[in-house]
Design a protein around this ligand. Structure first.
Ligand code: SF4
Length: 327
């Protein structure tokens, strides 16, 4: 859509032929777009099922089904491949919808939710990045296949390592509390190191773009993190690699990160240089721990360290908001 002024989204959606149309409503910022697409799809394909999924859809499932009649079902939770498969197998037999885990749906005007019966404790599903290539061949349109506008010129790819989080940052829709209360997940599911390694290896074999390893590996313990980093270090990667951590990590972990590639970038979000503001936001570490990590990161030779700060935080006065620049 962004790469061609002639692209007609309504016509494109009209030409798609499916029994179920799954629309991603993961990030709240996409609420308007997801609902607009859903309304167009329902208008053009009134006999098909329009389904929303993603964390935002999982949080607002009742409001969506109460207020937007063009959405037929919402698939809740962070892992929905198997329930969606079951839904597809049972199209045409609405009486069986009661058996589909994680499904919210309408039945004779009533809104029902079947409950979270599918929240896998393991996150071991290998995502084969070659699917991007096969989709491009299938659609014969590289721009319909890439994940975002500008990807061809400036690509970056991501590997998910975890579903869930150990922490409770107050604004986060993916916190430990939110996962427990709204997505049925009582503890994070970490992807097995050998699967992360296989995905990184596969990706690096087909694209030389930077690879973002999403999720703080140390949440699964320092053994998990160091085993995985050692395994990645053995791949001889030439890609730039991004890691993120949610709390400062020790020098040993930084050293293992450094060995993964010649260009390793690390990201951390202290949010504020003021410890009381940071703590009120839900990040409980002090500046000396943070600064120790910064100097270790420079010492071990990480190529870049990105620090993220925010404004509009609890306890953040005007003085403390503008104080970020000075820090
Ligand atoms: S560490 Fe990240 S994912 Fe976890 S609660 Fe905080 S912002 Fe959310």
């Amino acid at each position: 859509m962004l790469s061609s002024g002639r692209f007609d989204p309504v016509r494109f959606l009209e030409k798609l032929d499916a029994k179920v149309y799954g629309i991603d409503l993961h990030w709240l910022v996409h609420a308007q777009g997801a609902l607009k697409v859903a309304s167009i799809v329902k208008r053009k394909h009134p006999n098909s099922i329009v389904m929303l999924g993603g964390l935002t859809a999982s949080y607002y499932w009742r409001e969506i089904l109460e207020n937007y009649s063009y959405v037929d079902v919402v698939m809740l939770g962070d892992t929905t491949e198997a329930p969606v498969e079951k839904l597809i197998e049972n199209i045409g037999d609405e009486s069986s919808f009661r058996e589909i885990p994680n499904l919210a749906w309408r039945n004779d005007g009533r809104i029902l939710f079947n409950g979270f019966a599918y929240v896998p404790e393991e996150f071991s599903h290998l995502i084969n990045p070659r699917i991007l290539v096969s989709n491009a061949i299938k659609t014969r349109d590289i721009f319909m296949t890439v994940p975002y506008y500008g990807f061809v010129k400036k690509p970056i790819v991501a590997i998910l390592t975890v579903k869930g989080c150990l922490y409770n940052c107050v604004t986060c829709g993916g916190s430990c509390y939110t996962y427990q209360k709204y997505y049925g997940r009582t503890k994070p599911a970490f992807k097995k190191p050998e699967i992360v390694k296989a995905e990184v290896e596969e990706l690096s074999g087909i694209i030389d773009a930077p690879i973002f390893v999403v999720g703080d590996l140390t949440m699964a313990g320092s053994k998990y993190a160091s085993d995985l980093l050692k395994a990645l270090g053995g791949l001889g990667l030439e890609n730039e690699i991004f890691f993120e951590v949610y709390r400062p990590v020790n020098r040993e972990i930084l050293r293992f990160m450094r060995r993964v590639s010649d260009k390793v970038y690390l990201q951390i979000s202290p949010e504020s240089p003021y410890e009381d503001v940071r703590s009120a936001f839900g990040r409980n570490y002090d500046n000396s721990t943070l600064e120790k990590m910064i100097s270790s990161a420079l010492d071990v030779g990480l190529e870049r360290l990105d620090l993220y700060f925010m404004t509009g935080l609890p306890k953040q006065t005007y003085r403390k908001a503008v104080g970020v620049a000075k820090y």
